[in-house]
Design a protein around this ligand. Sequence first.
Ligand code: ACM
Ligand code: ZN
Length: 553
Amino acid sequence: MKKLILILIALSYISVGCTQKKLDETSDNQPVSIIPLPQKIEMGKGKFLFDKNTIIVASQNEMQIAENFASEIERFAGLKLKISPEKPKSNFILFSIKENEKKESYKINSSAKSIEIEGSDKAGLFYALQTIWQIFSPDFYNKNAKLQGDLQFPALKIVDFPRFGYRGMHLDVSRHFFPVEFIKKYIDILAFHKMNTFHWHLVDDQGWRIEIKKYPKLTEIGSKRINREEAHWRKRDFPITGDTTYYEGFYTQEEIREIVAYASERYITVMPEIEMPAHVTAAIAAYPFLSCSQKQIEVPSGSIWPITEIYCAGNDSVFAFNEAVLEEVMELFPSKYIHIGGDEATKTNWEKCPKCKKRMKDENLANVNELQSYFIKRIEKFIVSKGRILVGWDEILEGGLAPEAVVMSWRGIKGGIEAAKSGHYVMMTPGTHCYFDHYQALPAQEPLAIGGYTTLEKVYSYEPIPEELTAEEGKYILGAQANIWTEYMPDGNHVEYMALPRMSALSEVVWSEKSAKNWEDFQKRLEIQFLRYQNAGFNYSKTTLKAPLNLPK
Ligand code: ACM
Ligand code: ZN
């Protein structure tokens, strides 16, 4: 019955007129259901009817988007539309770019005569297409569906732009590895939600996943661990003897280029994360000279805590290594932001290491926090010399922040507040609202997760600009992102389940106006979103919609 109701709701949104050719230009249109909610929607009267004579009008600048539009219309409605630079009197879809100060923005103005789509840039036009697909029908997302009848589009006016310029989704590919095909699907899911940054967590203790030509052992050794997949993440004994099969995987530089290009075609920047000085057990297993003790260690198969085997901060060869790695990374990733991790270093080895102690003395550093700050500042100098910007988890505040660093606030919001107050840019991703590895419904109903409890409603309630900031300080908040740590997510299907529909909620947090957010209305729009997910073949949680906001005591 529930399914039938959903189908009926969906049908009421499908712009298909099977028999009538003459359209009533006076009747009001039903509201459209779009996530993230556009800034302004005004429904008009009447509809635009696509037919084989409809012309797509575009100049060279808009050609890529126009061709994308044409091929999707052919796939879905079987209409092969002509693209022309000349605008006819009627029956056309016009794409144009008019630069303005609101980047990634677009307007759609449709009537029975035409659909006019104006973007501030190509990204704006791309987001206009994402909105148009949602207006067509949930069926559009089924790549095998063929529209029966005519394709229509309601008369309306949409003015839309993102609230934040940074709209991110992270994915940890170290704890579990995901093939290129899944990474592309993940990027498709981001584009669907108008997210613009894929934060790719390529390095961690349990696997180094990016090919570095100068240091081949990083992947020869560091991308492999003894396979203990059948055991609980926290109960995988380390080191392991007797086991001989490996869990492994890494991305070649060629694959990385392919993924960066794929993302770029969807107006998504890939921000790589290369962890340091901790979360690098896999790198030390490959090159023991990187640690203070220089002892041979193994790539762990599961949890290690605390993380004491970290890069030596007193050894110049460690900096030469990191600079050479980052040099190759920056060749592969055009992103202006380069994430260097910086989180969760237990610095007990630094306190004992003669080289680290000498460094502290030589550089006049009072303690190991200042030594970590020295480490990050030295790496920042290198990143800045290449014209890029360093991003780090909020631990990089400890011991003094590097001059131009951007802080990613994850241990709540206080790191973000401190950074913004000192004039540093911030990306917000507090564990309370943005950790999508947490349970999204009552644990008893859910697959095993790391813990925590972050429901859809909690994500939806998130406000990225802390109230502790003045309006001026608030400008340092670039936006927000959610993190997907994959200790308990062995495959892509599971990642999708944890990401969706929470990504819908986050998309509204970072795109729509704060004052326009409405949980009741969002839940209604989500019913249509679920049909889109189903048709697109995205796995998603149904339980989170009804989950209590907080765990019962
Ligand atoms: C983190 O969750 N360790 C950034
Ligand atoms: Zn050391």
